[in-house]
Ligand binder design. Sequence first.
Ligand code: ZN
Length: 377
Amino acid sequence: MATGYAYHEVFGWHDTSSATGLLPSDPAAGLQPYSHFEHPDTKRRMHELVVVSGLIDHLVRVPTREATDEEILRVHSPEHLERIRTQSELPKGGDAGDGISPFGRGGLSIARRAAGAVIECVDAVLAGTVADAYALVRPPGHHAVADSGMGFCIFNNVAIAVEHARTVRGVERIAVVDWDVHHGNGTQSMFYADPDVLTVSIHQDNVFPPRSGAVDERGEGAGRGCAINIPLPPGTGDGGYLHAFDEVIVPAVRAFRPDLVVVSSGFDAGGMDPLARQMVTSEGFAAFTRRVLDVAAECCAGRVVMAHEGGYNPVFVPFCGLAVLQEMTGVHVLDDPFHALLSGMTGHDLKPAEADVVAEVVASVARDAPRPPVLST
Ligand SMILES: [Zn+2]
């Protein structure tokens, strides 16, 4: 069965305006106006590569739509939605909440569509019209918390889709795997006390949000054990990441036995990203994908929905995305021309400091395992 793919041109119209990387431009501080790191090109160029390479012919397009108030309010406060609505009507738009997450006039409808695209992918997978699906959305979502946007995110697209799957489609247990290089703090916070949603975030230690995503953040109450964090040191390459997948992520998902797996797919752990310091190659991202697809095949008939998050190198991200989609479809259309350059650098083998972090997480999971499903007799 085919892989679904959701994208809408309006995602390129989400306006992060003029900035100096992620700071507001300020000539007095020497901050010459430039573009925001979270600009349209990474996602737009990924989509265009999917089309130009011909991979689009092997994907089933999933139509997008705008998420409704009801869908957004399952995870966000009415005050947050109202602030976005009010600012979206201003001539120059506003900011999602932390001063580094600008959006232009009309940004509400684009943010609604990003969330709605992930919902539609969930519905397509659950209906069985596609085996799995990738939502190439913008703005991203995994930093957004209940009462605020954060870290370039307005609404938490993945969390909204998870609650849709549970509330409307009756899915009981969902595992969220977040391989964006930054901590999936927003998603984790929304399900921190929930025993039916496993959140696993693999990220660079203490990058964003600051002091978030430590090994000892393991969930609370009935959800104790259902949050897992793997904060890898800077410089980690494919070897360290795949060690963490094999020792922590795959066994944790297998033990949790989800009915659906949702991936927060960021490509900012890629070796040429301006916002982090990891070394992952496009082959690495393909290998993450293979592992997630395989464990989902064991647990839940391969039901996987991927939602695009970060990734800020406009020339490299498209090849990382293509590698993931090639793994999902099983169709190879193009090699990554950057692969020889990046894989030729040292740093891809598992290093002792990376193994130490993974061992610490393995020990923590052994002490506080996620609650296994209750099997009916
Ligand atoms: Zn990120």
